[in-house]
Design a protein around this ligand. Sequence first.
Ligand code: HEM
Length: 397
Amino acid sequence: MPYDLFSPAFKANPFPTFAQMREHDPIYAQRTPDGRAIWYVTRYEDVTAVLKDDVHFCKDPRHAKPDDEPRHSPLHQLINENMLFADPPDHTRLRALVNQAFTPRRVERMDGRIRQIAQDLLSGARARGQMELIAEYALPLPVRIICELLGVPLADQSDVSDWSQAIIAPGSRGLNYSARRRKVKALVDYLQRMFADRATNPQDDLVTALVQAEEAGAKLNVQELSSMVALLLVTGHETTVNLIGNGVLALLTHPDQLARLLAGEVEWGTAVNELLRYDGPVETSTTRWVRQDMVWRGQQLRRGDVMRVVLAAANRDETQFDRPDALDVGRTNNRHLAFGVGIHYCLGAPLARLEGHIALSLLFTQFPGLRLAVPPEQLRWRSGVLFRGLQALPVAW
Ligand code: HEM
């Protein structure tokens, strides 16, 4: 294979490889042992085209390979068959239902809580003069917020968080199949008790709103409810953490850009948008499947082939962005794809932006002397094609 897409060296800086792919192999096939193609799409225009085209590309593999066995065991169906892996009309119905519950008003109301939790985490670390930013700040903040939004009481949050982390990337967390299954089962049992409770004892929380949501006389069933809440828990754990972690690293390694923010020359909201483009949390969108044999952009695609749409590559495309490899916190006209595009556009984007804005502005204004506690070359990135985030980020002040 001409491109190294999996090594730690690639993960440390994938952008030169993506630039080569955009230039020489914009639709690039990696072949599996059974001859199937996994297509990597790296140009902005092509990435947008795939994400917006749900006629030729689908999310539910059964729509590309209908003879296949069901993908998941009954237990895993309860958490994995959610709207992110659904096509219209199912996706349309599920998204309309969750939109009733996950409203802009509910997100705006979290502003004060996000600020309070971020402040508590910073105050707890201040006297020590150092911390591991991912474990002590970037992760606990979004986890606390998604748990509070859903209505998971504080006493249960650490269990729910532990079980939720077993859903994704189990290998990288050193879990074997049965340990993972036990945790997933514990989460499903917990959620089902919560749904039953909220049906008779409604609260002012997202789980109650989801239990009550109704569209054309239909409500979410138990499978749809648990997979929806599991999706929110997973996205709450795996994404904003990287916006904060990658964002802190980018600003610490570009002190001129940080200075513009601290001098009040640039709004934090504009900078967060640029950090999402420059080194966003999601490297590659979730899989699209080719629905039928076709020639696309000069390549022969086969029914059932996998499309990997590389958001991180599209966000550095020189045909779309001026000086794409430069971090410019004041960049305007910044139509990046960090939250995807089309019908699966990120549901949590307003919440993630708010969390990123508060987390970064509080951190840098309260710790103006913040610095990396190790040389940048020593930092290690998490493996896997989906997310882009640091394993750890030691900082000092
Ligand atoms: C900076 C943080 C975040 C980034 C960069 C991000 C990115 C994305 C992307 C790229 C997609 C589309 C994936 C695809 O098309 O394959 C997506 C979908 C989604 N995101 Fe986010 N996300 C973030 C935070 C969140 C948060 C905090 C939540 C929930 C609380 C969330 C909930 C969702 C959901 C439910 C979907 C599926 C939408 C659908 O299928 O219609 N995201 N996100």
